[in-house]
Ligand binder design. Structure first.
Ligand SMILES: [Zn+2]
Length: 261
């Protein structure tokens, strides 16, 4: 049996984040929500655009979960000039701090887009970590500005996951964990398979998603059932936020990158 650090993070600040929060609270999990100042039409994963939850809702969420920044306009930071990237990062941080009345130190790259220059800008803005969308990892990575994830809460086609698996050049330790999971067609089964392997060997389980996508693909029952399954396997002290993950891993070698283990 290994120790599993379990977390989940949700991007974009959609009103349905409150429904995710309800389910996390119901099953006793922590989590992180990454909030952009606004999501403009055409500028987001959701091409229709949508309003971000209001100040009182953000504060309610902040009282029970970690909130982090997701730029001002959900901007893909590697696709804009450096001065605009800096403005997006700094103004997004300021905007969320104004809403919450406290410092904001967690960050997530919109669309998972980042490069060395972007990571430097995020660090200089005063963030202590940044989450990516780099999938099929069961550790915290070696760079706090490049926190990887295990799986997306989305019924991705098997073909896409296998492609990530092959392209990722993951160390064999990770292949052993995710090899079992990627053969499962159904999202819930896939998540359970990865968690089962990690309960055996230890590691980080970080799944992420978009609440508006859960609604779109009808995934609420799957999310509820998976959190119930996880609650039976992960003790309360191992249920963490992304900030905990980024700054607690020294406590155990299990959470370091597999390549360095
Ligand atoms: Zn996003």
């Amino acid at each position: 049996m290994g120790k599993v650090l379990f977390t989940t993070s949700w991007d974009d600040g959609h009103a349905l984040d409150l429904r995710v929060a309800e389910l996390l609270a119901k099953h006793g999990f922590k989590g992180t929500f990454f909030i952009p100042g606004r999501v403009a039409p055409g500028g987001a994963c959701n091409p229709e655009g949508f309003p971000v939850i209001d100040t009182s809702e953000l504060r309610a969420l902040d009282s029970a979960f970690e909130l982090g920044s997701h730029t001002l306009d959900h901007s893909y930071l590697d696709a804009v000039p450096p001065e605009e990237a800096r403005r997006q990062v700094e103004a997004g941080k300021q905007w969320l701090e104004d809403q919450l009345g406290r410092p904001v130190e967690g960050f997530c790259y919109p669309g998972g887009h980042h490069n060395a220059a972007v990571r430097q800008i995020v660090r200089e803005a005063g963030f202590r970590y940044a989450r990516t969308t780099e999938e099929l990892h069961h550790d915290v990575g070696s760079d706090p500005y490049r926190i990887p994830v295990a799986l997306q809460f989305y019924p991705r086609a098997l073909k896409g996951i296998v492609k990530t698996f092959i392209k990722g050049a993951h160390p064999w330790q990770e292949r052993r964990v995710f090899g079992a999971a990627i053969t499962r067609q159904e999202l819930g089964a896939r998540l359970r398979a990865v968690l089962d392997r990690l309960v055996e060997k230890g590691g980080v389980f970080h799944f992420w998603g978009h609440s508006w996508e859960v609604e779109k693909f009808g995934g609420w029952t799957v999310l509820d059932a998976f959190l119930r399954y996880a609650a039976e396997r992960v003790p309360p002290e191992d249920r963490v936020t992304t900030m905990d993950l980024a700054h607690k891993p020294e406590e155990s070698a299990d959470w370091r990158p597999a390549a360095a283990a």
